[in-house]
Design a protein. Structure first.
Length: 297
């Protein structure tokens, strides 16, 4: 919330790095709603100084924020200064679903979602059974990266459960005073509860979308796939930010690399490590050079 696609792209440059750009197509999308931060809204309502005092002062005013109000976007308008009637949250959800369907038609197939704060809350909801079953909406990604996520309003509940075949990485700060780590951990718990072991997506058919979303995916079953393998977390010591520390960046890049390179081996071939490596190299060399597509929220 309070950021647009261009801002999110700039803030995640250090996370993406040149390595992941070789096999991930990041697609950044603006939220459907325009909202103005409260501090700017209050300033806009203040009476301007008298013309006399303005004329008397030759000192130029400091421009504290050069962003246009249209550059502050959101996926829905939260209750409070932006929304006073809780019933309007349902309208926002319906408008958001229409927006996402239209975006998918425009952008085509995507494989994963990545979001920060409200965008992460939305990305988590897109991984839920509710979206697919209740709203008959095929928005479910196959992998998710959630930064500073939290449980949204009832309109975006995860109580229906998370789709079981989604690999996820959760990044959050131990010093986050906007979304405490305990709230992000609640989202992690929902994803962990969904992992009963079994199927993961063949990453050769996967593309990652940097807002949020897919085609006919190829699934490969790994009976030994564990909850820890599918749901990863990384805690940094910063606040409510997209982390810049080396540990978070390395975890992020290794997570994407693992999805792309390590999960497509044929499990029926219980061969030695060397033959398994040969098989991976053969598959990699014969596979089309199609990047994962990730939707950024």
């Amino acid at each position: 919330m309070y950021q647009d696609a261009a801002t999110f792209s700039a803030k995640t440059t250090h996370l993406r790095g040149p390595a992941s750009a070789e096999f991930v197509d990041y697609i950044y999308v603006d939220g459907p709603f325009t909202i103005v931060p409260p501090i700017l809204a209050r300033k806009a309502k203040r009476p301007s100084a008298s013309s006399a005092s303005t004329t008397a002062s030759s000192k130029p005013k400091r421009v504290r924020c050069a962003k246009k109000t249209t550059e502050f976007r959101a996926w829905w308008r939260p209750l409070g200064i932006h929304q006073t009637d809780a019933s309007h949250l349902d309208d926002d959800r319906d408008e958001l679903l229409t927006f996402l369907r239209e975006k998918l038609d425009e952008l085509g197939e995507i494989d994963g979602v990545m979001g920060f704060s409200q965008g992460a809350s939305l990305a988590a909801w897109m991984c839920s059974e509710q979206v697919r079953a209740v709203y008959d909406c095929q928005l479910g990604p196959k992998l998710a990266v959630l930064i500073g996520s939290y449980l949204g309003s009832p309109q975006y509940s995860l109580e229906s459960g998370i789709l079981p075949d989604i690999a996820s990485l959760h990044l959050f700060g131990s010093n986050d005073h906007v979304i405490p780590a305990t709230k992000s951990q609640q989202v992690v718990d929902f994803f962990q509860d969904a992992q009963v072991g079994g199927c993961v997506l063949d990453p050769l058919s996967r593309r990652v979308y940097a807002i949020l979303e897919p085609v006919a995916y190829t699934r490969t079953c790994f009976l030994s796939q564990t909850r820890e393998d599918q749901v990863l977390t990384s805690t940094h010591n910063q606040g409510h930010v997209i982390p810049k520390c080396d540990a978070s960046r390395e975890r992020f890049q290794s997570f994407l690399a693992q999805q792309q390179l390590e999960l497509f081996a044929d499990p029926s071939a219980s061969s030695s490590a060397s033959s398994e490596t040969d098989e991976r190299e053969r598959l990699a060399s014969s596979a089309p050079s199609v990047a994962e597509r990730a939707c950024m929220l």
